[in-house]
Ligand binder design. Structure first.
Ligand code: AMP
Length: 545
């Protein structure tokens, strides 16, 4: 006899939809606050009403189930409104990476087939640069915060606040299959062209539940709970700000959205609103610690997950000295993202700051629904000796099922039924993972990926350059910056500044992302090659770093 559960005809088959997070009993916290910079404070009651209004406003410009709505905004309450309203309508939310070059942005807008783009006035110059090439039929909504609006040639359907004010505060959010796509965004991780990853309602709900459990179940350290005050410090266009805004809302937690990241202002918000929980890349934490105003700030109630790159020991120790509860988290765009956390047990908290830093800087232990293995070339698990390296491969119910419209890379990502991270790591006897290397040929500048291949492409066009290879070099401010290793043609005379100048010109014309201007140049006589003639970046790193 089959033991599949039988459904009663009238039983309710509860779908895992983002709507259920929005309606969760915990999220019913009518007087709790959602704050935007030092400008606006909403109660959950008003904010939830705004979500309904946004859905009506979007419906009025033609958004229906299956439409795609893109957002270009700083971290704001508006972004949070879109996180809910768009998927809850059955449409797809495309969070546009505003740090991409204009060319890459155009590619993602076309590739995601955006129907409506909600754009903050500060990003209008980016859109204006590609206006003539954005295909017909897209609609635009302007976010105008009263700043001077750049001279543009767009016709907007309306201004965000005005549209919300005119819209009805009641929208009947439909129910549909939990496997419906809810979000899309682009990662520029491994090759020149950005790759679209996508997540369903079911995946976002399961990621929320699993990460909530991990963050709120640790006994003392590294906690996010109902009494926390949350402020994201990872852009909301990047993996839904690590999915934490969904958790904070699901829990009915007080939330603070900081707008554009300005270090002294972020510190002011942290202090004024008594923020207790954030997450960011090491560069942002370093920037905050280095800002002179931070010395006057009491940061001792602040917990901060560091991810996107390994937490450097020196930064961890400095943060601990300031009383910050800092610890590592790991994931990637493709994984929704949270996979592991390096939280401490009560016993670990008795250790010295230096000993604690050893734990806090690790990649950590997998969270509830994440299955992580570290395997050697034959696919066998490496021993738990904290030194044998292998690749991290993962399974979880919330990993992207592939890259949007890209069968070849999707198959490669999921080779053998496990998602391949290309991160090299080892595991200790407690099952805690530590990333030791990255096999991807990309550079992470201040949390943003730069493709080394694209920069090489640009430099190679210089008439005096014979060969070029770009690798990532450690930088205290940016975490990593591009280092161009350049071999000149015999007899060619040029300055390092000429190389920097052509990269700058490509940034100015929108071909390369802005972070490329952090590049430095190193001259060489030859570029190391592998046995099959490929540039050997491992050898170059050994030689030049
Ligand atoms: P992204 O897709 O931009 O979020 O980048 C994901 C990549 O960042 C991973 O594959 C790792 O290479 C790196 N990364 C993320 N978190 C960590 C961490 N805690 N330690 C070391 N590298 C990390």
């Amino acid at each position: 006899m089959s033991n599949l559960i039988e459904k009663t005809r009238s039983s309710y088959d509860y779908p895992l939809l983002i709507k259920q997070l929005f309606l969760s009993p915990l999220a019913y916290n009518p007087d709790q606050q959602i704050i935007y910079r030092d400008q606006l404070t909403f109660t959950y009651k008003t904010w939830k009403e705004r979500v309904h209004r946004l859905a009506n406003a979007l419906a009025s410009v033609g958004v229906i189930q299956g439409s795609t709505v893109a957002v270009m905004d700083w971290d704001s309450h508006r972004y949070l409104e879109a996180y809910y309203a768009v998927p809850m309508m059955g449409a797809v939310l495309h969070t546009i990476n505003v740090r991409l070059s204009a060319e890459q942005m155009l590619y993602t807008i076309d590739h995601a087939e955006d129907d409506v783009i909600i754009c903050h006035s500060e990003f209008l110059p980016l859109l204006e640069a590609i206006r003539g090439r954005i295909s017909e039929g897209r609609k635009f909504i302007l976010i105008d915060e009263g700043d001077e609006v750049f001279n543009h040639h767009f016709e907007f359907e309306g201004e965000y606040e005005k549209m919300l004010a005119e819209a009805s505060p009641e929208f009947d959010f439909p129910e549909f299959d939990e496997n419906t796509r809810a979000t899309t965004f682009y990662t520029t991780g491994t090759t020149g062209l950005p790759k679209g990853v996508y997540f369903s309602h079911r995946q976002l709900v399961l990621h929320t539940l699993s990460t909530t459990a991990a963050l709120s179940s640790n006994s003392i350290q590294g906690r996010l709970h109902r009494e926390s005050v949350y402020m994201p410090l990872t852009p909301m266009f990047h993996v839904h700000a690590w999915g934490i805004p969904y958790i904070a809302t699901f829990l009915g937690t007080k939330q603070v959205y900081p707008g554009k990241y300005i270090p002294a202002f972020l510190l002011k918000l942290l202090e004024n609103h008594k923020v207790t929980f954030s997450h960011c890349v090491p560069t942002i934490l370093n920037m905050l610690l280095k800002d002179p105003t931070s010395l006057q700030c009491d940061l001792s109630r602040w917990t901060c997950i560091i991810g996107g790159a390994a937490l450097p020991r020196s930064i961890a120790i400095e943060a601990l000295r300031r009383g910050i509860d800092v610890f590592g988290g790991y994931g990637m765009s493709e994984t929704c993202p949270v996979l592991s956390l390096s939280q401490l047990t009560e016993m670990d908290l008795d250790l010295s700051p230096e000993e604690q830093a050893d734990i806090r800087c690790r990649t950590g232990v997998p969270i509830g629904l994440a299955q992580m293995r570290v395997v050697d070339h034959d696919g066998k698990d490496v021993p738990n000796d904290d030194k044998t390296p292998g690749e991290i491969i993962v399974r979880s119910p919330y990993l992207t099922q592939g890259y949007l419209k890209d069968h070849v890379h999707s198959e490669k990502l999921w080779e053998g039924g496990w998602m391949h991270t290309n991160d090299v790591a080892c595991v200790n006897e407690k099952g805690s993972i530590r990333i030791t290397d990255r096999s991807k040929d990309v550079i992470k500048v201040g949390g943003e990926w730069l493709s080394s291949l694209e920069i090489e492409d640009v430099i190679a066009r210089h008439e005096g350059v014979s060969e070029v290879a770009v690798i990532g070099a450690f930088d205290l401010n940016w975490g990593e910056i591009p280092l161009a290793i350049v071999v000149a043609k015999p007899g060619a005379i040029f300055d390092d500044r000429d190389i920097i100048q052509i990269v700058k010109a490509s940034v100015d014309s929108g071909v390369l992302p802005r972070e490329a201007i952090t590049m430095k140049v190193q001259r060489a006589d030859l570029i190391d090659k592998t046995s099959i003639g490929k540039i050997n970046k491992v050898a170059l790193r050994g030689r030049f770093l």
